[in-house]
Design a protein around this ligand. Sequence first.
Ligand SMILES: C[S@@+](CC[C@H](N)C(=O)[O-])C[C@H]1O[C@@H](n2cnc3c(N)ncnc32)[C@H](O)[C@@H]1O
Length: 277
Amino acid sequence: MQEKSDYLFSTSVQIPLIAPVPTLYFFDNMLDKKTLIATENQSFQPQEFFNDQWKVYQKILDNNYMGHHEIYSVLEKFLLSYFQQPLKMLDLGCGDASFSAQALLNTNITSYQGIDLSIPALEIAKDNMGKIQCDTTFTQGNFSELIPELMLTQRHSFDAILCSFALHHLSLEEKDLIIGQIKELLTFNGVFILIDVFRQAAEDRETYLRRYLQSVRQDWSLLTSQEYLLLENHISTSDFPETQQTFHAISQKYNFSRFECLCDNVSNATQILCFYR
Ligand SMILES: C[S@@+](CC[C@H](N)C(=O)[O-])C[C@H]1O[C@@H](n2cnc3c(N)ncnc32)[C@H](O)[C@@H]1O
């Protein structure tokens, strides 16, 4: 099999071995009612779908199963030490922004822009960010489509661009493209902060899925069997994590000045990577 990082420097088009299935995002595509009805459940109700998926994700956050407390405490320290000046942040796939809001509370944030596919999540995000004194904008849509639009109007505008647990749904080609575009949105001292799940070096997707789902079965003990099945279906159809090495190669391809891992292997798979413009 071709090494992932080889792809970054090759001019040929790589066809992913397993194509991403964009219809089964974890509470991502609740707005895409038609596709979900066709693929999932003939009696699909968007509001119920949102409620069910949201409840499971909320339960995961409440029990810190994905390590949000540790990760966002590292993020908060980083934001406080790196950004002494007023800070403008773009949050891609912000969800309800509950953890972003906590991490930003004591920073010098002057402007926050959140993008998400889900209108209900954005409604909650507005409330969560309401605690913070700064300009806020919330945009419903697919960040892959909205970023090219932002490049026309907000080039070099954001000091920090955060993408937390939302990039792993994309194919490698899409991740590569979007990181190149994100660089154009950053100010000259700006940082792209990627929080996500990662494969280990030389681990293939199948091995990663087996390992990750095994730890979910073992450690996420308060999930009901129905919730576990929903999650297993979501992870095995929609998660396409890369290795840290692949992201390092992407950072080099786009001439980021520095690449750093702030924290590694939280909950068996999560890392925080910083791409310094
Ligand atoms: C697992 S949640 C993470 C939410 C939050 N960032 C966090 O770390 O807790 C993923 C979020 O990303 C959003 N999302 C996923 N893909 C997206 C895309 N292409 N465009 C916009 N939002 C997306 C989903 O709707 C969902 O709210």
